[in-house]
Design a protein around this ligand. Structure first.
Ligand code: SAH
Length: 266
């Protein structure tokens, strides 16, 4: 890998995996199968890509850095169903890849764009079989957090609305070149075929969760003031004198549905 004269770029969040043991462990957790419709975001120099292709010949990759394309081609052009999309994953239309079945998305994601990218990918939840990501450890903790925990908030609620979340294992900085300043972790997200607590209006749910967590130390009532007047808030069955961090996903859905019924719009 290092024979390529490519300098890691900070602005692309480039930390390349260099530990063969951890790469193997990640790919085992993914468990690629021959018939899968795999998509890798940010393949970099192909550390994970190589093992994925050994198990599954059909692989689409989305990579933003043009300078990495020739490096990927040199290694993997021999695979007829290997396809590179030089694009920004934040803007990429993943629906175009779903013709050959539900997507299995994987990636050692650039940490600076991980939250918006996860939200972008959640919009394809019905076409996704599962997702395995390497993220900053704290981001994985936020995704997997339960009510009452400090890490519980907007990210966890919206991810858990759509997906089952599993925090799999830690990956220390020594596994990368260059080494990141933070610990990383692998997370598995499996979208439900139907969300277990479907909201009547998901956009409103998102908005409610957003305003509720803007000041997480204050009561729900405080944040909800932005959406409705006191008269409306007084009609809610939810106890809004508590803090947002104490409400489960199901309770947020109930709250959003009630607000909708009381005439609150996004
Ligand atoms: N998967 C490789 C590289 C991880 S570093 C490995 O584990 O070694 C993150 C990768 O994401 C880099 O290749 C970087 O160029 C790419 N990347 C950064 N921003 C991106 C974006 N917006 N869309 C697609 N790829 C991006």
């Amino acid at each position: 890998m290092d024979s390529y004269n490519h300098k890691a770029r900070k602005r692309f969040g480039q930390n390349f995996l260099s530990d063969p043991g951890i790469i193997q462990r990640i790919v085992s957790a993914i468990g690629p199968g021959e018939a899968d419709n795999l998509v890798e975001i940010g393949p970099g120099k192909g550390a994970i890509t190589a093992l994925l292709l050994e198990a599954c010949p059909r692989l689409n990759v989305v990579e933003l850095d043009r300078d990495l394309i020739p490096i990927l081609l040199a290694q993997f052009a021999k695979y007829a169903d290997f396809k590179i999309h030089q694009a920004d994953a934040l803007k990429f239309d993943f629906a175009q890849l779903t013709e050959s079945g539900p997507l299995r998305i994987v990636g050692n994601l650039p940490y600076n764009i991980s939250t918006p990218l996860i939200f972008h990918l959640l919009s394809y939840h019905s076409k996704v079989q599962d997702m395995h990501f390497m993220l900053q450890k704290e981001v994985v903790e936020r995704m997997a957090a339960s009510p009452g925990q400090k890490a519980y908030g907007r990210l966890g609620i919206m991810v858990q609305y759509y997906c089952q979340v599993e925090n799999l294992f830690l990956v220390p900085p020594e596994c990368f070149v260059p080494q990141p300043k933070v610990d990383s972790a692998i997370v598995r997200l499996k979208p439900y075929s139907e969300p277990p607590h479907p909201a009547k209006d998901v956009k409103l749910l998102e908005r409610v969760v957003n305003v509720a967590f803007q000041q997480r130390r204050k009561t729900l009532r405080n944040g909800l003031k932005q959406l409705a007047g006191a008269e409306t808030l007084d009609q809610l069955s939810t106890d809004i004198s508590q803090r947002a961090e104490n409400l489960s996903v199901a309770e947020f859905v109930t709250l959003a549905d009630e607000l909708l019924q009381l005439g609150v719009k996004v």
